[in-house]
Design a protein around this ligand. Structure first.
Ligand code: GLV
Ligand code: MN
Ligand code: MN
Ligand code: MN
Length: 413
């Protein structure tokens, strides 16, 4: 084995950066609220830029706010080998979703600097804007635009619930960059992330070698009934939007179960139009998230649900609208990069298993442009998108070591 391949990250330095950046958007319950393009997001971005510059990387920002940090290689004609993830979180997010992969990339660069190693291909560390999709839909919009799935104008004009567009939010936090979106070549992309599910922990396995991402369909829905007096309107005369949504929610659960064990479906937002204790709800807006490793299953769930919804609408005299706003097809990762991750894992004598990602990741978009794979590490009780999200220092270190070794292999150090 060459010296290069004996190289390891500094696990305690990685851990301190995770704990240090957890102050940006810290919540009293120990989680993080760092919605994309918020003031807290600006703070962590500034920290990240400064840390990358201190590590000698060349930092730039594209027109969607995505940050790129380049480490030069011997052969600058080669496309960079890229890694990274995201720095934004859910409103009640944790300390690891996204930032682990970004800071592990930074730690890999620092470890290479300490060892004085120059790779053949350049290396590129990326913080993709808005992976989470909580403030602006869809999730992973910047990497999708990077891969040519959306135009810049389309993404810039998307608005949050307060009517602030992506372009305005970027401008406000000083991250409306000048670099055109999608202009950089990417030789390969590797993303480290917590699993966000229970499999690795249950099997006492350290590394998930991720072979692909499952399909995702997002919907916006609205149920319209009739607002009327809660004390005077007899039960048979009501057109209660909330009760209509209650039936929809149970239908969603039943249909997803029927397509089990892989299919999952969630109504994550349900907002009554003008909520009041003594008014029968007349309008409810809701969201629906459906996922499965097979595109056909997403189709089947959608059509079964639409049939149920027609029945509910008729029986309850409601207007029910369900609009699909986004669909991400299942993505297989590149066999050679998956193989490089697995070989790195073996070389480090870490326990591992192959798996498909249940969560969405920017890697699923970049896979359309460049050979891509992911590395998962366990998180406690499989919990994520929750302030209690947690992972151990030793698992984070192991994941970062696999990332470093994979980068070295792909960049031909
Ligand atoms: C975002 O984190 C998603 O996987 O939906
Ligand atoms: Mn994530
Ligand atoms: Mn997430
Ligand atoms: Mn995600």
């Amino acid at each position: 084995m060459s010296t290069t391949h004996n190289l390891r990250v500094d696990g305690s330095r990685l851990w301190s950066t995770i704990m240090e950046t957890a102050k940006f958007g810290a919540t009293p319950a120990g989680g993080i609220n760092r919605l994309t393009l918020s003031e807290e997001d600006r703070q962590v971005r500034d920290w990240f830029r400064d840390a990358c510059e201190a590590a000698g990387l060349e930092v730039s920002v594209d027109a969607l706010g995505t940050q790129f940090a380049l480490r030069r290689g011997r052969d600058m004609s080669r496309a960079p080998i890229a890694c990274g993830s995201h720095l934004d979180t859910q409103p009640t997010g944790g300390k690891f979703d996204g930032i682990l992969g970004t800071l592990a990339g930074l730690e890999a660069m620092r470890a290479l600097n300490d060892a004085g190693i120059e790779t053949d291909a350049p290396l590129l560390l990326v913080n993709w804007t808005n992976e989470e999709g909580s403030r602006y839909a869809p999730a992973m919009m910047a990497s999708a635009a990077y891969a040519g799935e959306f135009t810049l104008a389309d993404i810039h004009s998307r608005e949050d619930a307060a009517g602030i567009s992506v372009a305005q939010a970027l401008e406000r936090i000083g991250y409306l960059g000048t670099e055109p979106v999608g202009q950089r070549r990417i030789g390969a992309f590797v993303e480290l992330h917590i699993e966000q599910g229970p499999i690795l922990e249950a099997e006492q396995t350290t590394i998930g070698v991720v072979e692909g991402g499952q399909g995702i369909a997002w919907f916006d829905g609205a149920v319209t009934g009739f607002e009327s007096h809660a004390g005077t309107t007899p039960m048979p005369r009501r057109r209660d939007a909330l009760n209509g949504l209650a039936e929809i929610a149970l239908a969603v659960e039943r249909i997803a179960h029927a397509h089990g064990p892989t299919a999952v479906a969630t109504i994550g937002e349900a907002v009554i139009g003008a909520p009041s204790r003594n008014v029968i709800p007349g309008r409810i807006r809701f969201t629906l998230d459906v996922r499965d490793p097979k595109g056909e299953t997403l189709d089947a769930i959608e059509s079964e649900l639409r049939a149920e919804i027609d029945g509910i609408a008729q029986r309850r005299k409601l207007d029910i609208d369900l609009t699909r706003i986004w669909r991400k097809e299942p993505v297989p990762f590149d066999a050679a990069v998956v193989g490089a991750v697995e070989a790195a894992t073996r070389g480090l004598s870490l326990s591992h298993r192959r798996m498909v990602s249940g969560a969405g990741h920017d890697a699923c978009n970049i896979a359309a442009l460049a050979p891509t794979a992911m590395i998962f590490v366990p998180c406690r009780d499989g919990i994520s998108h929750n302030e209690a999200e947690s992972a151990t220092q030793s698992d984070c270190t192991a994941g970062a070591d696999v990332l470093l070794q994979t980068l070295l292999t792909l960049a031909d150090a």
